[in-house]
Design a protein around this ligand. Sequence first.
Ligand code: C5P
Length: 279
Amino acid sequence: MIINAYAKINLTLDITGVRPDGFHSLRSVMVPVTLCDKVDISSSDSFAFNCNIKQLETSDNLCVRAANAFFAKTGLPNAVSVTLEKRVPFPAGLGGGSSDAAAVLKGLNAFFKNPLSTQTLFEIAATLGSDVPFCLLGTPALCEGRGELLTPISGLNTLILVIAIGKGRLSTPEVYKRYDAANLPVRDDTSAFIQAVSENDNSAIISSLGNAFEPVTDILCPETKHLRTLMLSLGALSSHLSGSGPSVYGVFKNASDANSAAKALQDEGFSAYVCQTLK
Ligand code: C5P
């Protein structure tokens, strides 16, 4: 059984506070995109996890943690082989690992004929990471709390994207720490975005996109700022960091503009992928 594990981007990302558990409360509109990893689940004598990228083939990979959590909850014999074909860049702020974990949960539940309820799957997902519940949902959503409180968003038109990433790396905990230290005013791109979607106002949707981390990541990883500027100069209608970076997305008017921009970014040495949002 092969499951697509779709990457996500954050169309908005507002940080609204710090919680007693040290995590941040946020309001973010996340959407799945067509760029994806592939998770293959098959029967086996004992548990096995294989990945085309050997550095990811470890026991603390989120795929293995998701499988362990599934078997602990169901009590079923841990006799499957999970093979991950990694295609989404990492670590990138694209939720690749979270999506792999969600695909393993969803896939194992289907493979064993649904021993767990949807609610239990979401509870397990939340223990694996802040973005895993969203990836399990698999549709555009307003994500609040730590990221696990989900309100699906319907009526969003498909956006044509280029997602690009350079060689720079960003650590998520470090980005949050620097964000706290920077003491920035709280943004509210999310309310404007939701209003724009309800009014089906495409230009307001484009102008409401944003990411609260950008003032911090522009300094920690100037390449991300450069990429956003490049995207705009290559015709993007808007360009922002996804998650805590370092990937950057640009929204393009059509596939032809997106393909030309991706080619130009690749010529400059960046990895660039043309994809689109999923509904
Ligand atoms: O939940 P996840 O494993 O994705 O979180 C990675 C790190 O990102 C956390 O250890 C924390 O430092 C930070 N984080 C946060 N608030 C969130 C989500 C993540 O502070 N809502």
